[in-house]
Write a protein that binds this ligand. Sequence first.
Ligand SMILES: [Zn+2]
Length: 134
Amino acid sequence: MSAHKPVPKPNEVTQPYWDSLKRSALSVQRCKGCGTLRNYPRLVCDRCYSVECDWVDLSGRGKVHSWTITHHAFHPSFKEEVPYVLVIVDLDEGVRMMGRLRGAADEKISIGMPVQFAVDQREDGWAMPAFART
Ligand SMILES: [Zn+2]
């Protein structure tokens, strides 16, 4: 039997993000003070220090900023999944985020390559951010 994967621990600040993944969307905070979008979810706006925000769904379109190929599983539950690709993506709305890139680790990847946000549904019920080549 394989090890259980670590699970997120949502709180009142991050719960809307995790809820958006469950409906296959990507929702981020938008500051009510200055309109800045922010990811990861946080209590205070980095730009104007407002604590007021709402949540907006993004298009999910973006371009690869950087990537790495993971060959070593840092948790036993990922041992059978390596190698896989983690990408850092600049989303069209100006937010940067990380996720797993779908497909084989030996497929071509390049900086600036267009990708589309996707959601990987795990067997344990959690939905995780991912990206797919377009
Ligand atoms: Zn702000």
